[in-house]
Design a binder for this molecule. Structure first.
Ligand code: ADP
Ligand code: LRH
Length: 487
């Protein structure tokens, strides 16, 4: 097999990046070519993604990738899940994709649950109930002029791939986050579409990671200076790519895919569609190579991001490394909250909401920025502890290590507290697990790596730098903290 240069486009809720990976036998080098902020915009009360600006960032990145590597062999795209662009009969985009943090999606929950009761919905789609799952978004849009004009809904990575190639498809890992895919058959669920009165052809045909979606159009070739490069379907859900990028050495691992969200769970061979799993908020999202990502969405570093934004807006210091250093000097467990409380979902004054949640559970609210950051980091570690335990109980999969990947792997305080809370070693890194997982699936499709997830992960272990955190401290302190969260 030969060495290839692959462009991995990875769009997170906080930033987009285009990376290049050189991949061949025993080799996996990742370089960041272009990074751009992802700033949602509110107009007339609706929070939206600025998808044209993101696409422009992708084109800039691809142009730079081609220049720096004298061409690329393939392109893969992954992004956050659930959100869609609607296309009209001419294939034109009908407005910007609405942001999953827009409050309107949740208004359709009662109507969807009236048509398909929640327990039944879960038995088919296996998804954690989140008010912004695509199924609720589409139901909330029904009755609008935009929805009446819509002929097809494309998830964000599929929309970008459509603009790059002219080909429309729904990549299956991300399709599994819509709520309209059957978690057992891994096909669209025609019965759900019918009962929810959604047009059958609203969703395009499915493609699997590793399949070619199409080749760059003449327009894109002219804009980027690239040739007829194929766009390969990868785990286009960023979390699916991040889980490919977990450098595990056996199947006895849990992961925390730690960015804007923290996705905490295990990798399984098939779905677990139990009522207990539904009650605990566990999801069965589909992974690469027929796997299931059995996980729970923990509110994640969003709490830090949004606190920093609130502080910066009022002229307070907002340098994350400085604040984390200060938080490391604050005593543990001054206050802890349930980070999954829905009050933290919408943009706004997160420090104020944390103080309110502490008050409601009989705790003194954090005083100042360092205590607030400490409260967030302690509370996240506590949520990881709870979730890693539940994932094992509910799935029967025992774990002896926690892999923490994504931007959060840079947060040493969080990594150490996660090891302490879980009572397990934490292996932190890679930070860019999603881009690596994206590139590896492309590399395999083109023959530069062979084998399954195990072989790809061996290459990750051999080439990427990881940091190990050993558990310390007492489990009793975490048990007591857990009791305080419950109030
Ligand atoms: P997403 O893909 O959702 O946009 P990332 O995986 O890029 O998220 O992670 C972004 C997060 O990484 C930030 O919110 C921040 O909490 C964390 N992070 C980034 N750099 C650092 C750093 N130097 N120290 C600690 N945490 C960091
Ligand atoms: C993480 C993520 C997560 C989804 C959320 C909408 O970026 O894709 O897996 O639940 O965004």
């Amino acid at each position: 097999s030969r060495e290839l240069t692959l462009a991995a486009v990875d769009l997170g809720a906080s930033s987009g990046r285009v990376m290049t990976a050189r991949v061949g036998p025993g080799r996996l080098d990742l370089a960041e070519v272009h990074r751009f902020p992802n700033r949602p915009v509110r107009t007339a009360g609706t929070l939206q993604w600025d998808v044209l600006s993101l696409y422009a960032g992708v084109l800039d990145g691809l142009r730079a990738a081609g220049r720096e590597s004298s061409g690329v062999d393939a392109i893969g795209i992954d992004s956050w899940a659930v959100d869609v662009g609607l296309l009209d009969a001419d294939g034109a985009l009908l407005g910007n994709p609405v942001h999953y943090r827009d409050a309107r999606h949740g208004t359709a929950v009662p109507a969807v649950h009236a048509a398909v009761p929640p327990a039944e919905l879960y038995r088919v789609n296996g998804l954690q109930h989140l008010p912004f799952n695509t199924v609720f978004q589409l139901a909330a849009m029904r009755g609008t002029a935009r929805f009446a004009a819509a002929r097809q809904a494309l998830l964000v990575p599929d929309l970008l791939a459509y603009w790059l190639t002219g080909a429309r498809a729904a990549e299956v890992t991300n399709a599994s986050t819509t709520g309209l895919l059957d978690a057992t058959t891994r096909q669209w669920a025609p019965g759900l579409l019918e009962r929810l009165e959604l047009p059958r052809d609203l969703l395009p045909g499915l493609v699997q990671p590793g399949e070619e979606v199409g080749r760059l159009t003449a327009e894109v070739r002219a804009e980027t200076g690239l040739g007829e490069v194929p766009v390969i379907a990868v785990g286009s859900h960023d979390t699916a790519s991040a889980v490919v990028g977990v450098p595990a050495s056996s199947d006895r691992f849990a992961y925390v895919s730690c960015g804007t969200w923290s996705l905490v769970g295990v990798e399984l061979d098939g779905p677990v569609l139990t009522e207990a799993g539904r009650a605990a908020g566990f999801t069965n999202e589909l992974g690469v190579d027929g796997t299931v990502r059995y996980l729970h969405n923990v509110m994640g570093l969003w709490l830090l991001q949004e606190s920093l934004r609130t502080w910066a807006a009022s002229g307070l210091p907002a340098d994350l490394p400085d604040l984390l250093a200060a938080a490391g000097r604050v005593p543990a467990f001054t206050a802890v909250v349930d980070v999954d409380d829905p009050r933290f979902l919408p943009p706004g004054d997160v420090p104020g909401r944390l103080a309110q949640a502490c008050g409601e559970t009989g705790q003194a609210p954090p005083q100042g920025q360092a205590e607030t950051v400490r409260c967030i980091v302690d509370s996240l570690a506590l949520a990881y502890r709870r979730t890693v335990r539940r994932a094992q109980e509910l799935s029967g999969r025992a774990v002896d290590v926690v892999h923490l990947v994504g931007g959060g792997a840079r947060n040493a305080l969080l990594c150490q507290l996660t090891a302490d809370a879980c009572g397990l070693p934490v292996l932190a890194g890679p930070v860019e697990a999603a881009a690596l997982g994206n590139a590896l699936v492309q590399a395999r499709a083109l023959g530069a790596v062979t084998g399954g997830l195990g072989e790809m992960r061996r290459l990750l272990r051999d080439t990427q730098q990881l940091v190990e955190y050993r558990p310390s401290g007492s489990a009793a302190a975490w048990d007591a903290a857990e009791a305080r969260v419950a109030g």
